[in-house]
Ligand binder design. Structure first.
Ligand SMILES: NC(=O)c1ccc[n+]([C@@H]2O[C@H](COP(=O)([O-])OP(=O)(O)OC[C@H]3O[C@@H](n4cnc5c(N)ncnc54)[C@H](O)[C@@H]3O)[C@@H](O)[C@H]2O)c1
Ligand SMILES: [Zn+2]
Length: 383
């Protein structure tokens, strides 16, 4: 089928699945047709949140005109509600609403809706079809692509989950118009992540156009979304189940997830916690002699330029280390970090000595302050 003008389709090939990510302003309009082509004609169950549905519901409903929508089910999409209980509640609602194995779940929302609805699709009746309509920047560049689904436990982030690839992802940046500013900026941290680990050109683009991007300039926004989707598609295509290269996508997440956990998922937005995590990983990498201090300074300036990060809570380094050890990526109690080794290059699997982490942790707030005040000098850290 013909796609609207200025829309691009990027194919994700992950294991035995292959599906398109349709990107562009207006990509939502052929949704009904796209659903038939990629997910078939079975009944659709739209899973979303009251907030998302309030802002994006009219557009999505309009795009679903003529489609076989059985039910729209709304649920709380606060990070602290991303729990196994939410999954149980949704599965029960689905079965009572008549959903069977030919159902397709359409997840319309940010990463929380996508992760919960994705996990429901992975497990309900041992798996039904899934389509993502991401409505946050973070979800459009990251969480809707690649098949990771799951929920949190009090003990840690995303500790219960499954890989379940969607049949289709539709990223329409016009859905971001109603996104609160803080949420938009939280998504930009994941964009910085891609640039830092895989795309020097994207990093330079961000340096040059951060102001335009922050003002939601549609062309600049489309360019960064497309670059991120292509990077994620390529990485997931090489390593669907994170047996190797996909792990670099966790840059900033080792500390980021621990920060979210110790604050009961209420103090930081996910992207903000990742912002602190990338800042820490850059400093750790300098301390271990893997990253030039001047390059680290550039990264820190970029992170600080996206948004003023919420203050770190008064958590001890010991507590953070304890939580990081429970992370899915740690092995025999040794925390594995993704460390940047240049702009656009990262290394996975570094075991960071506890002492190095403690020193960086103590210095973190000061570094963020300095970077914001643009007096971040690489040589200073070397000393
Ligand atoms: N599965 C993955 O690969 C993956 C990758 C990255 C992040 N994640 C997960 O994603 C989650 C974070 O997702 P997020 O940043 O999208 O946040 P989110 O889903 O919490 O959404 C942020 C807030 O914005 C609201 N919202 C969403 N779209 C809106 C719109 N268009 N207009 C107005 N309000 C809107 C939501 O209701 C919510 O209150 C975390 O749980 C994180 O672990 C998953
Ligand atoms: Zn993330």
């Amino acid at each position: 089928m013909a796609l609207p003008k200025n829309t691009q389709s990027i194919q994700v090939k992950a294991g035995s699945s292959s599906y398109p990510v349709i990107c562009g302003a207006g990509s939502l309009s052929p949704l009904s047709e796209l659903l038939i082509t990629h997910a078939g004609v079975g009944p659709l169950f739209v899973l979303s949140s009251p907030r998302v549905w309030n802002f994006c519901g009219p557009k999505i409903r309009h795009a679903l005109k003529g489609a076989n929508v059985s039910r729209v089910i709304l649920f709380d999409d606060h990070e602290s509600a991303k729990t196994p209980r939410a999954v149980e509640m949704l599965c029960r609602k689905l079965i009572r609403a008549g959903a069977r194995r030919n159902a397709t779940i359409v997840a319309a929302g940010g990463g929380v809706v996508g992760d919960i609805a994705g996990f429901v699709a992975a497990t309900f009746l041992r798996g039904v079809s899934l389509v993502h309509v991401p409505t946050t920047l973070l979800a459009q560049v990251d969480s809707a692509i690649g098949g990771k689904t799951g929920v949190n436990l009090p003990e840690g982030k995303n500790l219960v989950g499954a890989f379940h690839q969607p049949k289709l992802v539709v990223c329409d940046p016009t859905l971001l118009n109603s996104l609160p500013e803080r949420q938009f900026r939280a998504g930009l941290f994941e964009v910085v992540k891609y640039a830092a680990i895989a795309d020097q050109r994207l990093f330079e683009l961000m340096e040059a156009k951060l102001t335009g991007i922050s003002r939601h300039d549609m062309r600049a926004l489309m360019e960064i979304i497309l670059r991120c989707v292509k990077i994620k598609a390529a990485i997931v295509g090489r390593d669907e189940r994170e047996d190797g290269g996909r792990a670099v996508l966790n840059f900033g997440h080792t500390l980021g997830h621990a920060l979210e956990t110790v604050t009961n998922y209420r103090h930081f937005l996910h992207g903000e916690a990742v912002g602190w995590g990338m800042l820490a990983a850059s400093l750790v990498s300098v301390a271990l002699g893997k990253l030039d201090p001047d390059v680290a300074a550039r990264m820190i300036r970029m992170i600080a330029g996206v948004e003023r990060l919420p203050a770190l809570s008064k958590t001890s380094a010991t507590r953070i280390l304890d939580v990081m050890q429970r992370d899915k990526k740690s092995r025999e109690g040794i925390v594995r970090w993704v460390l940047p080794i240049g702009i656009g290059r990262a290394e996975y699997g570094a075991a960071v000595p506890q002492e190095s982490f403690r020193r960086v942790w103590a210095a973190l707030p000061e570094w963020e302050r300095k970077a914001r005040e643009a007096e971040c000098l690489g040589a200073e850290y070397r000393a």
